[in-house]
Design a protein around this ligand. Sequence first.
Ligand SMILES: [Zn+2]
Length: 176
Amino acid sequence: MSDLAGLYARNAAFAESFDRGDLPIKPNLSTIILTCVDARVDPASFAGIELGDAFVLRNVGARVTEAVALEVSILWTLMAMASGATPSLELVIIEHTACGMARFADPEVAAKVTERFGTEAVVETYAIEDPAEAIRTDIERLRANPIVPSELAVSGHLYDITTGKLSTVVETGPLR
Ligand SMILES: [Zn+2]
């Protein structure tokens, strides 16, 4: 059974009182949030991100993939072209406790995933053995990717789904 009708009903209620149709494309904050698709993890809730506030990228595990590196660089370029100056953008990577991608770090699960996809790349890219270590790996992936601007500020954080609290794993600083 599809949940689509319910989504449209919620949207109708949203649109009825909608009065923010004039927001600029440039967000209020100089922030790109990268976080997980997990339904328990939403920056609109835990960080009060409202319409027009920030760029938000989400993928499984909040991992830095080739696509994420490209998209962050595209946002950087977009903001640089709009302002005619070096943007002061910060990428805020937020992983979370009890992520589904921790399962991919289990050797038995990893073997099944690798068999299913016919490549080890899925486990190598997405599996999370330790969230803090994964964040550091993700920052290294950005650093090693020449398309990502050196001036981009990057920080890493962990969101605890049991307490709702955010904690810092890697302090903010320029990528290179
Ligand atoms: Zn997750």
